[in-house]
Design a protein around this ligand. Sequence first.
Ligand code: SAM
Length: 309
Amino acid sequence: MLEEFVKDRYQRPIISLRITLTNRCNVNCLYCHHDGMITSKDEMTADELYSICKIAKNMGVKKIRISGGEPLIRKDIVEIIDKIASLEFEDISITTNGTFLEKYAEDLKNAGLDRLNVSLDTLNPETYMFITKKDYLESVKAGILKAVEVGFYPVKINMVIMKDINQNEIRDMFEFCKENNIVLQLIELIESENCDDDKFSADYHYKLDMIEEKLSEIADDVYERKFMQGRKKYYINGGEIEVVKPVDNANFCANCSRLRITPDGKIKPCLLRNDNLVELISHVRAGESEEKLKEIFMEGINKREPFNS
Ligand code: SAM
């Protein structure tokens, strides 16, 4: 089955394309690494995104994930999804902070979006304010419920666990998820370049191993997602929890099947590197042939190599 995919030099198939639509964001999470800013006029248009996805589709890519910054900050987000969906990928998903979700959930569903991950680390208004510096908690909750109501399944909540901030809230968040048919993803905090303070990691990092041990004890069933770097899913009392561990290991790289596009239209062969980007958008803007654009994609794919091996 893997034969239909384009593969890199390490025989890893390119199954999904992860597109960062923008670096702009309307919240300011304390752990975010805030990639360099580009202005909205330099971002890729809906038509340019369509052209890029069309090449990817013709090269065998099956899945598109849209991320940011905050992707729903783009006023043309529904048009973008509508255009990409017309290419009939197996799966189109978005990761969002949920603040604009109540407004857009139904239109995104109708446009052809398949799945949603909403980042929400706490249900406590003060903790939400501490983490994001904004008071959008109620809008995010309303957005999540709207997404469930219009039929997205599964909606997933991404909860980054931080020591002494929200590690005691997992049970409450799980109950909220279970009640609303939502999958909870617990994410281990990754060190952030944003924090000029080396203490960041020591202050907030909370290893998820202990939580996983606990989950294994109480789970009715456990399932390992082979093609998702061995992520485990725990089924507990009719609810579901996934655990996402740091990506800096050889297993992550060996199973990496993602190519990335930066908000300023470059191919990013590796999540963990910025020194081997391949310029793409200027070629799309210059109206280069599909053949030439495929060559540029292949250049990006050929630059892929496991960061950790
Ligand atoms: N704005 C969107 C959102 O909030 O989902 C998309 C971008 S955000 C960078 C994507 C995901 O990365 C979020 O779930 C966020 O919690 C997670 N994330 C960001 N920085 C992180 C860090 N230092 N450690 C772990 N997860 C992080």
